[in-house]
Design a protein around this ligand. Structure first.
Ligand SMILES: Nc1nc2c(c(=O)[nH]1)N[C@H]1C(S)=C(S)[C@@H](COP(=O)(O)OP(=O)(O)OC[C@H]3O[C@@H](n4cnc5c(=O)[nH]c(N)nc54)[C@H](O)[C@@H]3O)O[C@H]1N2
Ligand SMILES: Nc1nc2c(c(=O)[nH]1)N[C@H]1C(S)=C(S)[C@@H](COP(=O)(O)OP(=O)(O)OC[C@H]3O[C@@H](n4cnc5c(=O)[nH]c(N)nc54)[C@H](O)[C@@H]3O)O[C@H]1N2
Ligand code: SF4
Ligand SMILES: [Mo]
Length: 829
């Protein structure tokens, strides 16, 4: 067993114990009550001993996709979870947690949990009635055996008829335990389709073109080093709402240590309120701003010449004739493909080695061996002439002197950096911003040193599972990225998808953009199974419902997307309630029914051991005992040669990528989609519409949590009073937010912090929580060519009063009655 710190609770009155046992059992319904009774000592028998029963304190971890992965202690008494608190980890600098993590008692005992395996009443194999899916669908309870027989038989039939890739093993980001690792093993054995990402990735891909690093946001120094930064530019992130467990506290520590904080955000957010300098940029103008900062750094001569000579291609010559980098092989008879600079003293051409200081000219035009060529830095300098702080101040509605100040702080105050975020990746051409700020940080020399920052949230530690995901004899995985799945569903390109098993995801009907299209596309599949803890909108659209155990009801390891160089352990607090099951055992049973008897061990402990044994940086037994272990990671990043052709940061991109509308990206050139003032939708839909990540939820999780809903009861539209008044909308009115794609109805909230012209509804609300429609009825799936990523915020809309809608779900005094079905905070003690 894991180390269980035992302690006896005193001061608990008999009445509160009775209340808590009664209240929790009462809300669970028949099955729940029986399950709970069987787990609970007889609290009503009057045994005084029971009152002073020992409380077990177990290690576990909260691990939705917020990057927190916060180690928690769960207090279990009488077989019930009574209380959750952050763990006092050995590694003091990474102690963390938030209130969502502490409200898990309400999640475990939520009446909205999925309780039994169920099958849609009008679904049967060979006669799927896809039109019957959705809000009105009714389900019948079945046994686990029956449910998984249906799933397995349909998977086998689809494989036989269409090929294994026609079965989609869909995963979201709901939990960072070993669930998707285990699921991936089955998927690759079967040869089914797995899912690649088209979210959060274009900024990283743009950065990658310059540095060779990044897919999601690029790597950055680990949190413990952020305190050494002298200037932090938080760019497009409200990290006091979206990374409050970690990055936020590190930024504040750095400020206490003397750092300047700059925040680039159109909205006066909590993070902006902390800033020394807030740049309230117009949405979509970030590449312009980064180019203006490059202009300022070059004009004022405050670039880091030594760094540019040692680690970049700033001094490398670009041929005027071919627009390609000049190579040694061009000027001597050899196949030497090293790029060339001009030596500052001798004027002779010299090759640039990776990571080696070269005393070369940074600026100028030269003739080498009869070839006319210009340095990359001069090309950049010429290019940014058109982006002076004054010009960009007009475009982005900023103050030119503020732009210069931000550039000066970054360039002259010592190591610092840019904590860029995912928000910029929610614009269609976010990759160009990634390219631009990678170059800006090269000019200021902010790579490979203590105190440099390149993105929000460090990578932390991930468990490396070796070849666990592709066991011997595996067919191998097929991957479709999210934006490619619709074509497979609709046109059978590159192959049809006919059956789906999804887990840890509320994407298909809630979190993906263009919800109406996904619902239509799902009509083309014959079998849609969803495993989830809660009855989400996506679950409601499935055919086969598989109730999964809550995180506290199973043993697990959590890792990945950490922001923390640790791997954590989850002990099991009690058995899954009702008829819910650990995903591991669901997948294991399914594997057997598919004919893979030996793919998984019968006991999960053994399987976890097997996975962990692939990573020799930690020991599973030690992990179980301690609750979490630190993994050896590089605290300071970018100390090795860059994984580019030249081993250097490549300022000039000789591949000359061309975006679809003809923009050449040899150097960064801003491209805009719907944020452009002359976009074809701009007149009809003058407002930009974003959907910020909320501190009240992690994506769609906690949307049905009673404690949270008391504080954040319903979705609202954040709107600047001037935009609202212009349209006759009073504070608190219900409004219709609409565009060419669809509409949603919500209550308007005046917010002086919003920029006029920009509106927001926090993302993650379930469709059923809106008075009408869903915010995803307005979003679209158009992506760029070079770094396809869903552009959730690149959306235009208009708003109008909606006096005629039925708002009783929120305005009727009895509408909050459902909250009464939950155990309250007091019961949780
Ligand atoms: N509590 C909580 N934390 C979370 C999540 C959650 O759902 N809830 N989700 C997690 C995940 S997966 C992600 S990807 C991250 C996302 O979290 P963040 O990276 O913080 O991203 P967003 O919430 O999308 O937007 C952040 C800010 O970008 C600003 N913004 C909007 N448009 C522009 C623009 O054009 N330019 C600039 N400069 N700024 C703009 C918005 O006003 C907003 O304040 O958070 C993670 N953390
Ligand atoms: N409009 C708009 N949409 C967005 C965004 C936006 O900014 N705007 N942000 C996008 C981003 S950045 C992301 S990452 C996605 C996130 O989208 P999702 O990955 O769908 O996010 P969640 O809502 O966290 O998780 C989905 C489900 O996983 C379930 N789950 C949790 N743990 C387990 C488990 O152990 N087993 C099983 N079987 N299920 C479990 C939860 O109950 C929940 O229903 O949303 C995207 N959607
Ligand atoms: S929701 Fe995120 S930040 Fe909050 S406790 Fe859980 S893992 Fe930590
Ligand atoms: Mo995300």
């Amino acid at each position: 067993m894991s180390k269980q710190e035992e302690r006896t609770e005193s001061g608990v009155s008999r009445r509160s114990v009775l209340l808590s046992a009664g209240a929790a059992a009462g809300v669970l319904g028949i099955g729940g009550k029986q399950t709970l009774d069987s787990l609970t000592r007889d609290a009503t028998s009057g045994s005084v001993d029971g009152l002073f029963d020992e409380t077990q304190v177990l290690n576990t971890a909260c691990a939705p996709n917020c990057r927190g992965k916060c180690p928690l202690n769960v207090h279990v008494r009488d077989g019930q979870i009574k209380f959750v608190e952050p763990q006092m980890t050995d590694d003091e600098q990474y102690r963390r947690g938030c209130l969502l993590g502490q409200s898990h008692v309400q999640r475990v005992y939520s009446p909205k949990r999925l309780k039994y395996p169920m099958v849609r009443s009008d679904w049967s194999p060979g006669d799927p009635n896809p039109g019957g899916r959705g809000e009105g669908a009714e389900f019948e309870q079945v046994s686990w055996d029956e449910a998984l027989d249906y799933v397995a038989e349909e998977m086998l039939r689809v494989r036989e008829e269409y090929g294994p890739e026609s079965v989609f093993f869909h995963t979201g980001s709901g939990d960072n335990g070993m669930g998707t690792t285990i699921f991936g093993r089955l998927a690759s054995m079967f040869g089914g389709t797995q899912q690649g990402w088209s979210i959060d990735s274009n900024v990283g891909m743009g950065f990658n073109r310059v540095t060779g690093h990044g897919y999601f946001l690029p790597p950055t120094n680990e949190s413990e080093d952020w305190v050494n930064a002298n200037t932090i530019i938080v760019w497009g992130s409200d990290l006091l709402a979206s990374q409050f467990q970690n990055d936020a506290s590190k930024v504040l520590d750095a400020m206490e240590n003397g750092a300047k904080l700059v925040v680039v955000d159109p909205v006066y957010t909590t993070t902006a309120a902390k800033a020394d300098l807030w740049l309230p940029i117009k949405p979509g103008k970030d590449t312009h701003l980064a180019l203006a900062m490059i202009n300022a750094v070059l004009t004022e001569g405050i670039y880091d010449a030594e760094f540019l000579r040692e680690r970049t291609t700033a001094g490398a010559l670009v041929r005027n004739d071919t627009e390609e980098l000049l190579r040694m092989g061009d000027i001597e008879d050899s196949d030497d493909d090293r790029v060339v600079g001009v030596h500052s003293e001798t004027g002779e051409p010299v090759p640039l080695e990776p990571d080696t200081y070269a005393d070369v000219e940074l600026f100028g035009q030269y003739e080498v061996d009869g070839i006319e060529a210009t340095t990359g830095l001069t090309l950049l300098e010429d290019h940014v002439q058109q982006y002076s702080p004054e010009t960009v101040a007009d475009v982005a509605e900023l103050d030119a002197e503020d732009i210069r100040t931000a550039a000066r702080w970054l360039a002259t105050r010592g190591p610092g950096g840019i904590a860029s975020s995912y928000a910029l990746g929610r614009y269609k051409y976010g990759h160009v911003f990634g390219q631009t700020y990678a170059i800006l940080l090269a000019l200021t020399g902010d790579y490979g040193k203590s105190g440099t920052i390149h993105a929000q949230h460090p990578l932390g530690a991930s468990l490396s599972s070796g070849d666990y995901g592709s066991p011997e004899g595996a067919e191998g995985a097929q991957y479709l990225r999210m934006h490619e799945v619709p074509d497979a569903l609709e046109n059978g390109e590159p192959y049809p998808i006919k059956a789906i098993y999804g887990m840890e995801s509320n994407m298909l009907v809630n979190q993906f953009p263009d919800r109406q299209r996904w619902m239509d596309l799902l009509e083309n599949v014959d079998m849609f199974a969803m495993a989830d803890i809660h009855r989400t909108p996506t679950v409601q659209h499935a055919d086969i419902l598989l109730p999964a155990a809550h995180w506290f009801e199973r043993e697990d390891i959590t890792d990945a997307w950490g922001s923390h160089p640790h791997i954590s352990y989850r002990a099991k607090a009690h058995d899954p309630l009702w008829d819910a099951r650990d995903d591991y055992y669901i997948i294991n049973d399914l594997a057997e029914k598919l004919g893979y008897e030996d793919l998984f061990l019968d006991d999960k402990r053994g399987e976890l051991e097997k996975i962990a044994s692939n990573d020799d940086r930690f020991d599973f037994d030690e992990l179980r005992e301690k609750g979490n272990v630190r993994i050896d990671v590089d605290v300071v990043k970018y100390t090795d040669p860059f994984p580019t052709d030249t081993g250097r940061i490549e300022i000039y991109d000789e591949d000359q990528p061309v975006e679809e509308e003809g923009t050449v990206l040899d150097l960064p050139r801003p491209i805009e989609d719907r944020t452009a003032e002359d976009h074809e939708l701009a007149d009809e839909y003058p407002l930009m519409f974003m959907q910020k990540h909320s501190k009240w939820r992690i994506h769609s999780q906690w949307a049905d949590n009673a404690m949270v809903r008391k504080m954040n009861p319903e979705p609202t539209l954040d709107v600047h009073p001037s935009d609202a008044r212009e349209r006759g909308i009073d504070e608190g009115d219900y409004v219709r937010v609409y565009n060419d794609r669809g509409e949603v109805v919500v209550r308007a909230e005046y917010n002086e912090g919003m920029q006029p012209g920009l509106i927001n509804i926090d993302q993650g609300w379930w469709a059923e929580d809106f008075v009408e429609g869903s915010l995803q009825d307005l979003t679209h799936m158009e992506v760029n060519d070079l770094a396809p990523t869903f552009a959730f915020y690149d959306v235009r809309a208009e708003i109008e009063p909606a006096p005629d809608v039925d708002t009783s779900m929120y305005t009727d005094p009895e509408s909050a009655d459902w909250l009464g079905d939950y155990p309250s905070e007091g019961d949780a003690q």
